[in-house]
Design a protein around this ligand. Sequence first.
Ligand code: ADP
Ligand code: AMP
Length: 238
Amino acid sequence: MTTQSVQNFIKIHQSNIIKDFDIMRLILLGPPGAGKGTQALSIAKEFNIPHISTGNILRANIKQGTELGLKAKSIMDSGLLVPDNLVMEIVEDRLKQDDCKRGFLLDGFPRTIVQAESLDNILEKLNISLNFAINIQVDTSVLVERAVGRRICKECGATYHTIFNPSKGGDVCELCSGKLYQRPDDNEKTVSKRIEVYISETAPLIGYYQQQGILVTIDGHQSISKVFEGIAKLLRRN
Ligand code: ADP
Ligand code: AMP
């Protein structure tokens, strides 16, 4: 190639090169019902990154009747955690996909210290690191009401709440008219179990990421839009 053609090549491809400082690699922490999935949609849109929810991937596997789905169903219905090795396989495969080159938002993962350490190993192998761990802080007392009132669109996955964020379409989605459903694990008994599991297995991750110096905490009792404003500000300021 001549010098001129090398310069032209660079010019043409410059706009396609993702600069590392533009990339957001994020995880969302918080108890069940804190608002992770709700905020994830806005954050993913704002930073143009894929939203990776291990819960959504597991539910899709249950729906498709895969081997993974069959193994996960009864565990999820009882409010316990799916074994670390199964979840790690999902995440490792997903992070290697092309769209994660421009960053990613992990929602509901990691859930244990073992998962967090395995994630660190994967990221090290890929020669990348997390920018922030966003902790949505919500008191345990409001979580059951949040989760039990959650309704999800069967078609597009939009999340509503019967009281705090009702669909304008009643029991159909205001965006796509899909039917709304309640997750089988969003009943009082299972939600209480999931909160217990969060406290013993997942809450220690707050200290883990604080030690890494990447923890940011947001008050999740505010309105959905205020929580998002707060998160966007924290990510831009840091
Ligand atoms: P998570 O993914 O953390 O389990 P979701 O984002 O699915 O939580 O939210 C749980 C329920 O609480 C949903 O029905 C959602 O509409 C509602 N919700 C989310 N954020 C708020 C908020 N800031 N205030 C009131 N309700 C909320
Ligand atoms: P979520 O959709 O995040 O509320 O997760 C629903 C359920 O999926 C949990 O109660 C667990 O049974 C399972 N699950 C989701 N993510 C994980 C994870 N990272 N590790 C283990 N189990 C998970």
